[in-house]
Design a protein around this ligand. Structure first.
Ligand code: FES
Ligand code: FES
Length: 214
């Protein structure tokens, strides 16, 4: 009877020990899992080699002629031209819209040809001259297209206007007196989410009237 009472008295203690042992087993398993997962960490030798290769590629500075000035740019060769213009050369006229060659906000001229700079790698520019909207006119002496866009109040938010002007620049160089249909067809691939297309078309026609060849 005395032995039974002793065993009843010890039961809470043995229950507590069982619970503690169960917790220990669970914690130990979690620790083992974490140790096993470290085996998935990539070989740091490979990471170091990749970093060295990247640095070597960056070290090969690329020469770009932009708005008549030659720049030496330390960037990876596959960097999009738009990133270099905005981040390295601080020419922020060209905008990042879609990054997919779809909207035209990033348009610059490459040897006079409208080009989507968001997808054009700097290694592919070569000797071609880049013209950005900063290369057209200044605040004091705007290009006739820039002046016409101001006169027609063609911009609402203004995000698309760089692409519209650079695309229109090539049109007026090629066709000094375009018809309205020419202007509409040329600018059709350039998107304007504000819907100011009619004022933009009027601005381009005004620039053509004002200046003939721009
Ligand atoms: S940002 Fe280049 S086409 Fe849209
Ligand atoms: S003015 Fe806003 S996107 Fe064209």
């Amino acid at each position: 009877m005395g032995a039974r009472r002793r065993s009843d008295a010890l039961r809470p203690l043995s229950d507590a020990l069982r619970t503690a042992f169960g917790r220990h087993k669970t914690a130990r398993k979690g620790l083992d899992d974490r140790v096993a997962s470290t085996q998935d960490v990539p070989d740091l030798t490979d990471v170091g080699a990749a970093t060295a290769d990247r640095l070597k590629r960056i070290a090969m500075a690329i020469s770009l002629k932009v708005n008549g000035v030659v720049h030496s740019v330390a960037a990876e060769p596959d960097t999009p031209l738009l990133y270099v213009l905005r981040n390295d050369l601080e020419l922020n006229g060209a905008k990042f819209g879609c990054g997919l060659e779809q909207c035209g906000a990033c348009t610059v001229l490459l040897d006079g040809v409208p080009t989507r700079s968001c997808v054009r790698a700097i290694q592919d520019i070569g000797q071609q001259e880049v013209t950005t909207i900063e290369g057209l006119g200044t605040v004091d002496k705007p290009h006739p297209l820039q002046q016409a866009f101001i006169d027609e109040q063609a911009a609402q938010c203004g995000y698309c206007i760089n692409g519209m002007i650079m695309t229109a620049k090539e049109l007026l160089d090629r066709i000094p007196h375009p018809t309205e249909a020419d202007v509409r067809a040329t600018l059709a691939p350039n998107l304007c989410r504000c819907g100011t297309h009619n004022r933009i078309v009027r601005a381009v026609l005004r620039a053509a009237q004002a200046n003939g060849k721009t």
